[in-house]
Design a protein around this ligand. Structure first.
Ligand SMILES: Cc1cc2nc3c(=O)[nH]c(=O)nc-3n(C[C@H](O)[C@H](O)[C@H](O)COP(=O)(O)OP(=O)(O)OC[C@H]3O[C@@H](n4cnc5c(N)ncnc54)[C@H](O)[C@@H]3O)c2cc1C
Length: 310
């Protein structure tokens, strides 16, 4: 282990439910002091404003978010993402803050004997090694996809993150642009996520979340997509599409959105827009397949969204 890896590993880390951290502790990838987080009234549960906007405490469990009927009605994409990730056991324990701040799933990062950029090493071994599950949008020096399903869904909702040091930053600011070689988020070492603020849902909006996965459950997705839309008079009045699993940060699929915004809501427009999901992609030798999956999932989500609206 290099000196840089040791310095990074010995930094104090928050522990919420520990479903990510415990595995890194066991392997020795995380070795610094721990700060246990316990719930306070403002960090657990959901509070609702008069206009219908929700604030979700960072220590709220993923299962509680997935099972909350009011969240499911107002923010179906978030409820579906919460219900679809990991396993019932993990969801029962795992917290929203821990999900957003969880570390990379790259096997090179998780191996205590291998240096990598995330641990202060000088290069990314996945680039020249086995990167089957890595990014198809190569935006930074590290090629691991961002691990957080909740981040991909919250990006579709323009969520704001309340931290112990900042009253509200955009989810995009929390995630960064993917160029940070050493971290999966832009939190300062002692900065705690306290909650997530959402805007009130748009009138008539519908949303869906879907993932492509290599087995039926208990696995991070190869590709995941969250879509929100308002359709009136057979026209997309509002459309928002985000994707996870394909880049070092969850992505807004801007080219698809532009192709659909204000356009006829029909199968032809959806198929054309879905093809644009790969705009800007620069896959690695082993990750081109993710673009086919992405196009398929975008198309499927939009078609199902249209059926729902209908
Ligand atoms: C089999 C399996 C499948 C999985 N599939 C998925 C999946 O599909 N999608 C997905 O998103 N996740 C998946 N996960 C990961 C799981 O969702 C995370 O382990 C969990 O969300 C982490 O939450 P936690 O409360 O246990 O965090 P912890 O393990 O306690 O912490 C994780 C990290 O976040 C930091 N942290 C925790 N809380 C805060 C806070 N409030 N503020 C700042 N930093 C904080 C900690 O310091 C630590 O670095 C899977 C896990 C397993 C075991």
């Amino acid at each position: 282990m290099t000196a840089a890896m040791t310095a990074t590993a010995q930094r104090a880390e928050f522990r919420a439910a520990g479903t990510d951290l415990s595995e890194r502790r066991r392997s020795g990838v995380s070795r610094g002091p721990l700060i246990d987080l316990s719930a306070t009234p403002d960090t657990i549960g959901v509070t609702w404003a008069a206009d219908g906007a929700a604030t979700i405490g960072a220590l709220t469990s993923i299962a509680a978010i997935g099972a909350d009927p009011r969240i499911a009605a107002a923010y179906p994409g978030i409820a579906a993402a919460a219900s679809g990730l990991a396993t019932p056991q993990v969801r029962h324990l795992a917290t929203l803050g821990g999900n957003l701040a969880q570390r990379s799933r790259c096997w090179y990062f998780r191996d205590p004997h291998i240096a990598c950029l995330r641990k202060g090493g000088s290069d990314c071994p996945a680039r020249t090694g086995n990167h089957l599950y890595s990014v198809a949008f190569d935006l930074g020096p590290c090629v691991a996809p961002h691990p957080s399903t909740m981040a991909a869904a919250l990006l579709a909702y323009d969520a704001r993150i309340i931290t112990s040091q900042r009253p509200g930053i955009s989810i995009g600011e929390l995630l960064g642009d993917g160029s940070n070689a050493t971290s999966d988020h832009a939190l300062a070492p002692d900065e705690m996520i306290r909650g997530v603020e959402l805007s009130a849902p748009l009138p008539g909006e519908r949303a869906l979340y879907k993932r492509a996965i290599s087995r039926s459950h208990a696995e991070w997705p190869l590709v995941e997509v969250c879509a929100r839309a308002v359709v009136t008079s057979d026209t997309f009045q509002f459309i928002r599409l985000t994707a996870g699993g394909v880049a070092p940060v969850p992505l807004r699929l801007a080219a698809c959105e532009t192709a659909l915004q204000g356009k006829a809501a029909n199968a032809t427009a959806i198929a054309e827009a879905a093809r644009l999901a790969r705009s800007g992609a620069n896959p690695l030798p082993m990750t081109g397949y993710k673009l086919d999956l992405l196009e398929g999932v975008v198309r499927d989500v939009l078609e199902r969204l249209l059926e729902k609206v209908g």
